[in-house]
Design a protein around this ligand. Structure first.
Ligand code: LMR
Length: 397
């Protein structure tokens, strides 16, 4: 049966981690995968998470199955993070949340739900986007298209082209947007543009799907959630795919959520029931531990304060690395203006490094960067900055 099977190519991002792990060079630097590193180059378990786990160890009484859509308490807390506890989308009951295995799980449930209930529609995504986005939605059987987004000439947004393209999206299609900390470019939509986009998609009759994997990493937990406001007030149906890998550091617990907002409570319940069907036929019900940690932290005032402070520390460290990176590149003699990196947000920036330069960084300097030139700023530290910028200066000539 397996005689004709050829090996698959390595994953653009996680395949790079495999190569990094296998590299024996003690000075190797990983700017590939989007994983937060502290000042010591470690990916820490947050103190608030450790404290919650200690409580759970004492209080947990059963490892019984979770409901297909996870616990209602978790769902309510996730909605509070997205819309505020008193938000209309919550109070009206027109939103529903499923606990999913990570943000990727939420995206795949979205894709499966759309394919099963809306037919073989097209989902439009930014050019460029996270390489897993097209894979996930194609695997679910949807068609994939792109809309203009990043402008390499300005390292900013192709605003007019993007709005024009969105204004042509056929009714019934879906449009994938990055809530904040756009992956891979670090270029986000300004608040007034979110309003324009929400207005255009409502007018077109297209479904906004917001990938919200970095809440808290741009400007703050509440500030980052402002992007959802335009959709709530615009009254359109939409979906939000949350990940708690980054802001809770719960990468390997696989904890995320899919939140859908419909025109009323009855429609929300109907969509939720269809999403539960696709979950049951896939992973049946979600893994409990990560969501129990998130629940324990969010419902305890002291733990929640501690967690919010830890999110702030991660955000501040990344932003500090952004400016240090720009300054150190300059000090190393890089003449190209790289100041745009300090203006971008989140874990990633498009460095403008070519494929040849990326290859050279890896083979000659053991610096690992995704082939597109995306760098994970979260992998930089005070200790590796000098060597990193020296290597980049050399490959940039
Ligand atoms: C990334 O883009 O590096 C992260 O979202 C991790 C992943 O799964 O690719």
């Amino acid at each position: 049966m397996f005689e004709k099977i050829q090996p698959a190519p390595p994953d653009a991002i996680l395949g790079l981690t495999e190569a990094f792990n296998a590299d024996a060079n003690p000075r190797k630097i990983n700017l590939g995968v989007g994983v937060y590193k502290d000042a010591n180059g470690q990916t820490p378990v947050l103190d608030s998470v450790k404290a919650a786990e200690r409580r759970l160890l004492e209080s947990e009484k059963s490892k019984n199955y979770m409901p297909i859509d996870g616990s209602p308490k978790y769902a309510g807390l996730v909605q509070g993070l997205l819309f505020g506890n008193k938000g209309e989308a919550v109070a009206s009951g027109r939103s529903a949340t499923l606990h999913t295995p990570g943000g990727t799980g939420a995206l795949r449930v979205t894709g499966d739900y759309l394919r099963a209930n809306h037919g073989q529609i097209t989902i439009h995504m930014s050019d460029p986007t996270w390489p897993n986005h097209p894979q996930i939605f194609e695997a679910a059987g949807l068609k994939v298209a792109t809309y203009p987004y990043f402008d390499p000439a300005t390292n900013g947004l192709k605003l007019d082209e993007m709005l024009k393209a969105l204004d042509k999206v056929p009714a019934g299609d879906a449009v994938l947007l990055h809530g904040c900390c756009h992956n891979p470019t670090g270029v986000d939509l300004p608040p007034e543009v979110w309003k324009q986009v929400a207005g255009i998609l409502a007018k077109r009759g297209a479904l906004p799907v917001i990938d919200f994997a970095y809440q808290g990493f741009a400007d703050g937990l509440q500030q980052d959630a402002q992007c959802l406001e335009a959709f709530v007030t615009g009254g359109s149906d939409f979906m939000v795919c949350s990940s708690f890998s980054k802001n809770f550091g719960l990468y390997n617990e696989r904890v995320g959520a899919l939140t859908l907002v419909a025109s009323n409570k009855e429609r929300a319940a109907a969509v939720l029931s269809q999403a539960k069907r696709v979950v049951r036929a896939n992973y049946s019900n979600p893994p409990a531990h990560g969501a129990s940690i998130v629940t324990t932290i969010l419902e305890d005032a002291a733990l929640r304060r501690q967690w919010e402070e830890e999110v702030k520390q991660m955000r501040d460290r990344i932003n500090h690395m952004r400016s240090l990176f720009v300054d150190t590149l300059k000090a190393k003699g890089v003449r190209k203006d790289m100041s745009f990196i300090a203006r971008q947000r989140g874990m990633f920036s498009f460095s403008g490094l070519t494929k040849a330069q990326v290859d050279k960084l890896r083979t000659e300097h053991a610096v690992y960067v995704v082939g597109s030139g995306r760098i994970s700023v979260a992998g930089m530290t005070d200790a590796n900055m000098d060597a990193l910028c020296g290597a980049i200066a050399r490959v940039m000539g």
